[in-house]
Design a protein. Structure first.
Length: 87
């Protein structure tokens, strides 16, 4: 429920799993999940906030994590750091 709460709080609607292909080893599980909202000029970038241009979206790209919760924590930290930098 923590994940759902944080996703709702930050208006993130999407979780993406980058499938590594056939199961080979546990190495394939590293940094495959991202959370955020699909945005950018073509709605093809998963970012931490809604962006109108691709250069802006590149800055706000969601970081990847090994699990959904680690991706969520990394996203919260990155969002906090970027917001502090903007102000």
């Amino acid at each position: 429920m923590l994940t759902e709460y944080v996703m709702h709080k930050y208006n993130w609607t999407d979780i993406w799993y980058a499938h590594p292909g056939p199961w080979i080893s546990p190495i394939n599980l590293r940094k495959r999940y991202c959370v955020g909202i699909w945005t950018g000029r073509d709605n093809d970038l998963l970012c931490l906030k809604k962006c109108k241009t691709n250069p802006e979206a590149e800055i706000w790209l969601s970081p990847a994590g090994s699990l959904i919760i680690t991706a969520l924590i990394k996203a919260m930290i990155k969002r906090w750091r970027l917001r502090r930098k903007v102000k």
